[in-house]
Design a protein. Structure first.
Length: 238
């Protein structure tokens, strides 16, 4: 075992899925442990804290959302939820419970690995207090409130910067509409998602090569937005 490699805990009751995930993560250089139910997953996370948890929702002993809630009572380890359920309300609920990302089955291993690396990078950056988020041609200096594209400083309004700041702090992970609205406009604006669409459109005009085909600021339909840390990860955009 490589003690310097990131570690992942796989919590899924299907042995075939665990084998598939184990093979993919081990090939990508991860140390892997697994659990076949929620209770075992919580125990493993306590005894051998991982750098990342991949959590299936449909567990035999306790629902994955309950496992997530228990984990968040004491741990901020990145958690990516797996589910066959693609209901947008459920995605939002899980993200609000503290999930870092949500992947619907069936999924591509390359996408899951990219999202896993992004979740770990964000967590590491938050732990270390690194103020600069670099995403290809885009660089966001959180401390100095400055943004550069291809080395050229951008002029952003206060709300444009705040939107980009929040997304940069969660780079690679989705941020829900309600989270963004509450952070930027305050409580009472949960239903005003048209505000976000306007500001996202303005930001894309400033940071994207082609704003009609965004590669950096991506939309998760019905859920929220994310700043991509890997342009190979495909998603749907407005």
């Amino acid at each position: 075992m490589n003690n310097h490699a990131p570690s992942v805990l796989l919590v899924d009751d299907e042995a075939q899925i665990r084998r598939f995930l184990r093979a993919g993560f081990e090939m990508d250089g991860f140390n892997v442990q697994d659990a076949e139910n929620g209770s075992e997953g919580i125990k493993n996370a306590t005894m051998r804290p991982p750098d990342l948890i991949i959590l299936d929702l449909a567990l035999p002993d306790v629902d994955g959302s309950e496992v997530l809630a228990r984990l968040r009572a004491w741990s901020n380890v990145p958690v990516i939820v797996l589910s066959v359920r693609s209901n947008e309300d459920e995605k939002v609920k899980l993200l609000q419970l503290g999930a870092d990302d949500y992947v619907v089955k069936p999924f591509g291993m390359a996408e899951l690995l990219a999202r896993s690396r992004a979740a770990i990078r964000r967590h590491t950056r938050n732990q270390s207090g690194d103020p600069v988020v670099s995403l290809g041609r885009l660089s966001v200096d959180l401390a100095n409130r400055s943004v550069f594209v291809d080395g050229e400083r951008l002029s952003l309004t206060r709300k444009e910067f705040r939107l980009l700041q929040i997304l940069a702090q969660h780079a690679g992970n989705v941020v829900t509409h309600s989270q963004l609205l509450n952070e930027i406009w305050g409580t009472g604006h949960d239903q005003d998602s048209h505000y976000l669409r306007i500001f996202v459109r303005k930001l894309r005009q400033k940071i994207e090569v082609d704003p009609t085909k965004p590669k950096l600021l991506l939309t998760e339909l019905g859920v929220g937005y994310r700043l991509s840390t890997d342009e190979s990860v495909k998603t749907t955009q407005h």
